[in-house]
Ligand binder design. Structure first.
Ligand code: NI
Length: 205
C-alpha cells in the first residue's frame, strides 16, 4: 500500500519517533508499505515520521539501477555493496561515526530542494531488522549518508535544519510563501545550484 508522504511544514514531521518494544506484524506491514512508498516516489530512504507514524523505523535502498531498471551494485563502495538492500531498521542507533563528507541532499518531505550537508563518512549503526533480529550495518558511501539523514527524521529533524541559518530560513520562507516548485522548476533549480557551486569553486581556485 502506498502511503502519503508528509511535506514540510507539516507538524507531524517534528515529532520524535518512539522506540519499538518488539517488531509486531503491524510494524512489519508498516515497513513493507514504507518500502513500496519509497520506490513509488523514487526515493532512496524513508523514515516513519514522514508517513505520519512516530516510531523509530527507517527503510533504505541506495542501489543504483541498470539500463533495464534493475538494482545493481555498480558504483557502490565495497562496504555499501556488502550490505543487503532494501534495509528495514527499527530503533537505529549510531555506534560509530568517523571522518567527514559532504553530499547534496534532497528529501521526499522537502521536494525540489537540494543542498550540501555535512555528514560522517563512515558509520556503524545498530538496530533490529524486519524480523526483530539485532543487526549492525557498517558502511560508508551514499548508504552512510542516507542512514544519517533518515535517523535525523526520527528526531524530528530535516536536512534543511542542518544548513546555515540564512540558507535554512530562505528555503523555509520560500516554501511557506510559494509552496513547492513543479518537477520542472525543481530540475532547473538543481542544475542552477550545480552551476553556482562550480563557479564558486573556480573562483576559489
Ligand atoms: Ni528525508
Amino acid at each position: 500500500m502506498i502511503l502519503e508522504v508528509l511535506k514540510y511544514p507539516d507538524a507531524r514531521l517534528r515529532r520524535k519517533g518512539e522506540k519499538v518494544a518488539s517488531v509486531t506484524p503491524e510494524l512489519k506491514a508498516l515497513s513493507e508499505n514504507m518500502i513500496e512508498t519509497m520506490y513509488d516516489e523514487n526515493g532512496i530512504g524513508l523514515a516513519a515520521p514522514q508517513v505520519g507514524e512516530s516510531v523509530r523505523l527507517i527503510v533504505l535502498d541506495t542501489r543504483p539501477h541498470d539500463d533495464e531498471g534493475k538494482p545493481t551494485t555498480e558504483g557502490l563502495t565495497e562496504l555499501e555493496a556488502a550490505v543487503q538492500q532494501p534495509i528495514v531498521l527499527f530503533n537505529p542507533e549510531i555506534a560509530v561515526a568517523k571522518d567527514k563528507t559532504q553530499y547534496e541532499e534532497g528529501c521526499l518531505s522537502v521536494p525540489g530542494f537540494f543542498e550540501t550537508v555535512d555528514r560522517a563518512l563512515y558509520v556503524e549503526v545498530n538496530g533490529l531488522d524486519a524480523n526483530g533480529q539485532p543487526v549492525t550495518i557498517k558502511t560508508d558511501g551514499l548508504l552512510a549518508i542516507c542512514l544519517q539523514h533518515e535517523m535525523d527524521h526520527l528526531e524530528g529533524k530535516l536536512f534543511i535544519d542542518r544548513l546555515s541559518f540564512l540558507k535554512s530560513s530562505k528555503i523555509k520562507k520560500r516554501i511557506e510563501k510559494h509552496g513547492y516548485p513543479t518537477a520542472e522548476e525543481a530540475a532547473e533549480e538543481r542544475s542552477e545550484a550545480r552551476e553556482r557551486r562550480k563557479a564558486a569553486k573556480e573562483t576559489a581556485e
